[in-house]
Design a protein around this ligand. Structure first.
Ligand SMILES: [Zn+2]
Length: 113
């Protein structure tokens, strides 16, 4: 299985307190955890911005014009879906989606553990 283990964060990157609007998220890095001892803490990918969450940062998927890439969240805390796809080329090379709380490859397949 490939649970994304999404964690919701404040804009400063701290754990988001219950009842507060999360403004960033992080998730269990798909490639970064392959081959690690299962009892080690998950390596996470990014602290990605959630769009329209009140931070006021301009959105630009290319990071141009003072904007920053951001992801739309469906509001589901338990099994979140984000769009568009996530490209972790700076970290582990993974490119895919988080859908229903799972990591899915760019071609739509559930990622193997
Ligand atoms: Zn990664």
């Amino acid at each position: 299985m490939s649970a994304a283990n999404v964690e919701f964060l404040t804009i400063e990157g701290e754990p988001c307190p219950p009842g507060q609007q999360p403004q960033r998220f992080t998730f269990r890095c798909v490639n970064g955890n392959r081959g690690l001892h299962p009892r080690l803490r998950d390596r996470t990918c990014g602290e990605l911005l959630i769009a329209n969450s009140g931070h006021g940062i301009k959105r630009d998927g290319q990071g141009l014009n003072g904007g920053r890439p951001q992801w739309d969240w469906d509001g589901n805390c338990e099994a979140p879906t984000f769009s568009p796809s996530i490209n972790c080329e700076k970290h582990c090379g993974w490119h895919g989606y988080i859908r229903n709380g799972r990591c899915v490859s760019a071609s739509g397949q559930d990622e193997p553990e």
